[in-house]
Design a protein around this ligand. Sequence first.
Ligand code: SF4
Ligand code: SF4
Length: 309
Amino acid sequence: MSDFHETTDAGAKETGRRRFFQSLASLGSSAVTGLAGLKILQNTPVEAAEPPPPLAEATGNLLIRMQQDLERTLASGKTPNWLMVVDTRKCIGCDACTIACRAENPTGPAGNFRRVLKLDLPISARPWAIYKPANCLQCDDPPCARAVPQGMIVKRPDGIVEFDYEKLKGPYARAAAQACPVKMIHVDDGRNFTEGTPRPQDYEARTFVENGKLYRRQPGANPLADTARKCTFCSHLLEVGVLPACVTTCIGGAMYFGDAADAGSLINEITEGRRVFKGHEYLGLKPRVIYFTESMSDTPHIECVACHS
Ligand code: SF4
Ligand code: SF4
């Protein structure tokens, strides 16, 4: 895995914010007008040192590169070291990934494996927002596993945190959900969206694979009722050489996935030397889903870390 630059310490955050607001000031009075109440603009001293220039962005068809990387990893026979990167600079909040996730991993009204958070930012006269796609972080030190008896939640050698659906039910399911600091576990209530309607839909009761086993959400006989569920990095797809559904569906090109143990992979190329945000790193989660905080090369005046921290 690349040697990531942390942005979670207080000093780095403050420096990022200062640079961001200095940059906005340089955009002109209209941007500044929208910052009423943010007195930091008037009070912040000008720094002599400029931030380092943004790194060049990866080029070419990134999906094809990631697909080739995946095939190379599978062909090598080595245990991969899966890593997901989210480039919130490119996310447009369309929720296509959320829909793709639901289609690939059938969930009911009780929850979903993925959501896209909209964060409104009062920094301009015009509406500003960033979108933060979120799913299970596949923590290397997962609090959910510590909350239940050993063996119910296991850390696989490839990094994926896997649930034993036969055991992680009832009070254990609720304990795991409670322990997740980012609330990425839901307890399936067994219901389907179209259940009880004049025409329940077959697609909700289709057969699917999750954590290596076949399931079917049949109304009234759902084997996943009362079970803790969460994102699996689409492990059933990876095994057959297909990237996770959220990655292949992302129309903004905001999602990256790959084997960090493969030095030639795109996931290594795009993370090398970049500043990234690791959510809840201070809790020692060691997440495998990380977020870019670096500016885009064509908008170097916008310091992403100011908002993303
Ligand atoms: S993000 Fe939550 S559910 Fe996922 S491994 Fe970490 S603690 Fe467990
Ligand atoms: S599909 Fe991509 S661009 Fe759309 S919300 Fe999901 S991550 Fe963002």
